[in-house]
Design a protein around this ligand. Structure first.
Ligand SMILES: [Zn+2]
Length: 228
């Protein structure tokens, strides 16, 4: 009796925690201005990708989730074979690191700049451990200059082969809420190729998926059953 009560208590306490972790730890998680992560969320499997970084990157910001880290290593190795030496500039950032960055940039650059370039704490993909800002020698300042490099051109052709998308494309601000960030890649895993092939931002891709599933439900309803 006591054992079954303990099991029940465990289930009641643990299930919501597990369910929550599952949602936040999906490699397909959508984090943006409308979808926030809680301040205490830290990915469970952060690790250090074995790649080159810009000099001076703090250790904590070199991290990515384990699966993304391995994919980043593969992508860097493939680029290097083509003569392109990518550099990691900024990966995982905790809620509070993002908080400090946001406040500093707000004071330095003002509201108009941060609204399209700097995510508020909880609304940054960097907190998922699935994003990395990239550079090459002579171009690690995370500006649009990166779009003129061979590295960027290579990424547009090949990043999806390693599970990454260029998350904030040119002219995507209406959808993503952020200006063109050629340096910011986001790990999605196997779906990256589909998202890229769609030509849509991640937000628009999700919206189309959602519309598709609604349509399927309506069709099922009209045809009188789930096997209709
Ligand atoms: Zn970024």
């Amino acid at each position: 009796m006591r054992r079954s009560l303990a099991a029940l208590l465990c289930a009641v306490i643990l299930l919501p925690v597990l369910a929550r972790a599952d949602v936040y730890e999906s490699t397909m998680i959508l984090v943006n201005k409308q979808n926030s992560l809680p301040s205490d969320y830290v990915p469970s499997d952060l690790s250090y990708p074995d790649v080159r970084y810009e000099e001076g990157v703090p250790e904590s910001r070199k991290q990515m989730r384990a699966e993304a880290a391995r994919a980043l290593e593969d992508m860097f190795a493939a680029a290097e074979k083509e003569g392109i030496e990518l550099l990691g500039v900024s990966g995982y950032r905790s809620y509070w690191t993002q908080h400090d960055i946001y406040q500093t940039r707000l004071q330095e650059a003002g509201e108009a700049h941060v609204s399209v370039y700097v995510a508020q704490p909880g609304k940054s993909e960097h907190q998922t451990g699935l994003a990395m800002d990239l550079g090459v020698a002579g171009c690690t300042d995370l500006t649009e200059r990166f779009a003129d490099t061979d590295a960027y051109r290579w990424l547009t052709e090949h990043a999806h082969e390693y599970g990454f998308i260029i998350r904030y494309p040119k002219d995507g601000v209406q959808e993503t809420g952020y200006a063109f960030e050629p340096w910011h890649v986001r790990y999605l895993g196997a779906q990256a190729a589909n998202v890229r092939a769609s030509g849509l931002t991640l937000e628009a891709w999700y919206r189309r998926k959602l519309a598709g599933s609604r349509l399927t439900r309506q069709r099922r309803f009209r045809t009188g059953g789930i096997f209709g």
